[in-house]
Design a protein around this ligand. Sequence first.
Ligand SMILES: [Zn+2]
Length: 375
Amino acid sequence: MNAGPAAHRTVVADVRVFDGEKLLEPGTVVIDGPVIGTAADADGARRIDGRGGVLLPGLIDTHVHLTDLSTLRAFASYGVTTVLDMGTWPAEKVDALRGRTGLTDIRSATVGATSPDSAHGQRLRPEGGLVGGPDEAEGYVDRRVAEGADYIKIIIDLPGFDQATVDALVAAAHRHGMRTVVHASSLEAFRMAQHAGADVLTHAPLDRPVTEEDVARALAGDRVVSPTLAMMEAIVGAVGRPGAPGPSYEAARASVAALHRAGVPILAGSDANDAKGVPATPPFGDSLHRELELLTGAGLSTVEALRAATVVAARCFGLTDRGVIEPGRRADLLLVSGDPVADIRATRNVERVWCAGVEFDASRPNASRPNEDRR
Ligand SMILES: [Zn+2]
């Protein structure tokens, strides 16, 4: 191994480890610079006593909306070391947040595709995000690729896109080798996304649960779902009326339960944002922990919920350098007290957080990029 100087190494000793798949017996994890090292690298390293705690891969939130550096600090303080942004523009705003040493790492869709006729299009007026029909799909995707988007976000907000436009957007993304993440908070939108061959469906239908046929189609299409139950719960809390027609949290929960039972991968995502004029604003970081609780309420075991925020999230988005604890992976780590496998709420007992081997320190106002002055 090419171990760096001992001064750059930290050992977390006598700690139970959730390695992304399962909870292991107490052992030692070595942080060697930005990656996880081997036991052979432990000599002379700084030692942290991990007794009474569990070390997890840093959590991955698969649905957020970024604002500024304070957003990244909030995520890091909650042990969320990677976030997948599903709509922030312009791209320069996203670029300013990429690759910040000691802070949460990001990926981004930049601006999502929205119909000018939809509520999203009218309310948010997303610069560069309006797609008027199938003939505008290729140009929209080309511009996202050029500005460095990591995947393509498509908002099916009805009334809005027709099927032909969604089909054209997904096909254009796939021609560029890009994953598609489709906003679908009604059953009709969920079906349109499936018809188009979308990769990741986000939110869950709030009007009625998916049927067995929808589930079978999702499974056959290798689809993945990031249901953002924390957002679904918040929307129903904000606009729903008990016993009256309208959005139903129970419909969303039932869909997640059915998809999970059938084996469709479920990812942890919060839809954390602080945008103006949206129905709800789940708080950055905190709401991912709420999401884990809600996933267990929808039938995932605690281990499955933890996988949804670590190994499964990383795998489904091609983040092959993270999401598990093993030598050579990014040292994105979360040390909690207590045992989140016994009680998922223990993920909130954040003791220490490392972002690519740099321990997060809430007292540092602005983590900077390497070789770049702070702003
Ligand atoms: Zn969102």
